[in-house]
Write a new protein. Structure first.
Length: 199
């Protein structure tokens, strides 16, 4: 039996209290070393982007493992990474001058919204329409917190650009840097990733 299509955001969503989680934890982001770690994209290419470029979104992971697997594990089933790629990608710790208020798009938060887990795994265009509805809600959330598609024990967040001025960023260097060798080794072991050496 096939599932019915996932519903659109309810028309009365603005009249309901959003399921929010408040967090002051730092988040982590993988980025091209030649670019600023802080970037709120409007391409419409990613899951919780604004459907019509109404706002920018920055994607982060709860820890270094999540930032890695959401970047280098994007092609499911491929578990190798090469040193050259790791030298071109950086890691940054993202903190904020106040706690973030994120829509809890997991657990009982899904039920309370009238949604299900397909929003984090299914059709991008539908997820983007939900992102716009949540962004425009009177509760003014700072973003959406959801389960990583590649590691369902970790969380990601799609952060809305109105918090840009609240960001404190700490660049941690390229993934291939010696200072990141220990954390990288732990990540490669966790995910059973092979490392291709560059001659």
């Amino acid at each position: 039996m096939s599932l019915a299509p996932h519903p659109e955001p309810p028309a009365d969503l603005g009249a309901c209290d959003l399921p929010l989680v408040t967090t002051d934890q730092p988040w982590f982001r993988a980025h091209e070393v030649s670019r600023d770690p802080v970037f709120f994209g409007r391409s419409g290419d990613h899951r919780f982007d604004a459907p019509g470029q109404e706002f920018g979104v920055m994607y982060v992971g709860q820890d270094e493992h999540c930032a890695f697997i959401e970047t280098f594990g994007h092609e499911t089933g491929i578990r190798v990474v090469d040193e050259e790629t790791l030298s071109k990608r950086g890691l940054a710790r993202i903190a904020y001058s106040r706690p973030l208020r994120l829509v809890r798009l997991f657990g009982d938060g899904l039920v309370r919204l009238g949604a299900d887990a397909r929003l984090a795994t299914g059709d991008y265009r539908l997820a983007q329409r939900w992102a716009l509805a949540l962004h425009d809600h009177p509760d003014t959330p700072d973003g959406i917190m959801f389960i990583s598609r590649h590691d369902d024990q970790r969380f990601c967040a799609a952060l809305f650009d109105h918090i840009a001025a609240k960001i404190n960023v700490e660049p941690l260097g390229a993934w291939a840097d010696r200072t990141n060798a220990k954390i990288l080794a732990g990540i490669l072991e966790t995910y059973d990733f092979g490392l291709i050496k560059t001659e």
